[in-house]
Design a protein around this ligand. Structure first.
Ligand code: DAT
Ligand code: MG
Length: 140
């Protein structure tokens, strides 16, 4: 088992409903450590860069609108198999398909407003972390 870091975003639908602490409790109860965290308003350019892989998808415009509509909390999570573990506790992209007890099952409003982002690979985690954090902001 490897100690990994993954990148997390608590999305606008969740910050809007004051769910940062409730989501952080699920993260910490799963054994992941929050080693960096800040609340920011994402710019349109930042959202477009972050989700560039989805730019040809029909929902891209609405995704960028949503991510810039209210503050987000960006985080670095650390722990054993952090990338897969966070994906597991987040639940499926569509909350209707998410397993009971997962963050998205408990809190997401819809497939578009699904409360959290988590990196899908160790490689992408490093790229995403570097977009939002400098090394000295991460305190493991
Ligand atoms: P995930 O966030 O589970 O990694 P993804 O990378 O496939 O999912 O998509 C990124 C985000 O885009 C997702 O969290 C919400 C939005 N999204 C995905 N599919 C969508 C759809 N069919 N309609 C609206 N928004 C969608
Ligand atoms: Mg994804």
């Amino acid at each position: 088992m490897a100690i990994e870091r993954t990148f997390s975003i608590i999305k606008p639908d969740a910050t809007d409903r004051n769910l940062t602490g409730a989501i952080n409790a699920v993260i910490e109860q799963a054994g992941l450590r929050i080693v960096a965290q800040k609340r920011i308003r994402m710019s349109r350019a930042e959202a477009e860069t972050f989700y560039a892989v989805h730019k040809a998808r029909p929902f891209f415009g609405e995704l960028v609108e949503m991510m810039t509509s209210a503050p987000v909390v960006v985080q670095v999570l650390e722990g054993e198999n952090a990338v897969a573990k966070y994906r597991e506790i987040m639940g499926a992209t569509n909350p209707d398909s998410a397993a009971p007890g997962t963050i998205r099952k408990q809190f997401a409003k819809s497939i578009g407003e699904n409360s959290v982002h988590g990196s899908d690979s160790v490689e992408n985690a490093a790229i995403e972390i570097a977009q939002f954090f400098s090394g000295n902001e991460i305190v493991g």
